[in-house]
Write a protein of this length. Structure first.
Length: 274
């Protein structure tokens, strides 16, 4: 990385810390620079120094840049087999464990971005609750958390294009969405199970005792120290013997790995150790 780029990144880091209380020191330089160049092309700035001046002087551009940092590529049923494995090996046993005793199945979609993963999880949960006979003593909720308020607003609205819902099985699309002039809006069955929170995964988790935490394709944006910090925050958010699912390209390494038991290597499913 050139000296000029390093200086640029430091000015951006200080600006975000001062203006938003957001510490991006744990993000990889490559990722931050990629976000800068993405916003450079869309903001009308002519070069990196010009974009830096815009960012440091514009509240609106600062909001857009934070969104660019935090919104990840996401799809409904991304890596479809992974969600089949999650339903069969994790959600189904969790639901069964609560039959008779009652309780709430609590799932956290950490870094939910624009909501596709969140609603995918909610569909999987609803299907498993039905499989268990829709026992009235069992409730199910899915919490979607993200750093970007822009992404959360999109997720909360829950309206997606035909292209965006192409991976949703047809029977689920018909059951869980309402078509309106070529768009598909999340229906009430899913909406009543979800809630949204604006959160930073580097912060101490505000909610605890989740049965399942899904954090896919998020850890790749963090440097190693911050990666370990996030993994341990996820660990603290899980109930005893709770489950963690990562993206297929992600892994647990170093000391945080000692706190989890590997259940499914292909689909990166782990269980919390005590």
């Amino acid at each position: 990385m050139e000296q000029s780029e390093a200086k640029l990144l430091e000015s951006i880091r200080l600006h975000l810390m001062k203006s938003r209380g957001l510490d991006i020191s744990g993000y990889s330089s490559t990722f931050v620079l990629r976000s800068v160049r993405k916003r450079l092309g869309r903001s009308g700035a002519k070069d990196l120094p010009d974009y830096a001046r815009l960012l440091l002087s514009s509240e609106e551009e600062t909001t857009q840049f934070v969104a660019a940092l935090s919104i990840n590529v996401t799809d409904f049923f991304r890596d479809g087999g992974a969600f089949e494995a999650l339903s069969e090996k994790v959600i189904r046993p969790v639901v069964r464990s609560k039959v008779g005793s009652g309780g709430i199945v609590r799932i956290w979609s950490a870094g939910c971005a624009t909501g596709q993963e969140l609603y995918t999880l909610t569909m999987c949960l609803d299907q498993e609750l039905r499989r268990a006979g829709n026992n009235e003593n069992i409730m199910g909720t899915v919490t979607g958390g993200d750093l970007s308020k822009t992404a959360l607003a999109f997720a909360r609205k829950g309206v997606y294009s035909k292209e965006q819902v192409k991976n949703v099985p047809l029977h689920m699309l018909m059951e869980y969405f309402v078509e309106n002039e070529g768009s598909y809006e999340v229906g009430e069955t899913l909406r009543r199970r979800v809630r949204f929170v604006n959160e930073n995964l580097l912060d101490e988790p505000r909610s605890r005792f989740f049965d399942v935490v899904v954090c896919r394709n998020v850890l790749i944006y963090f440097s190693r120290p911050m990666h370990d910090q996030v993994v341990m925050n996820l660990h603290r958010s899980l109930r005893p013997n709770g489950y963690l699912m990562l993206g297929r390209t992600e892994s647990l390494v170093g000391s945080p790995r000692l706190h989890y038991e590997l259940l499914d290597a292909e689909n990166r499913i782990f269980r919390k150790k005590e």
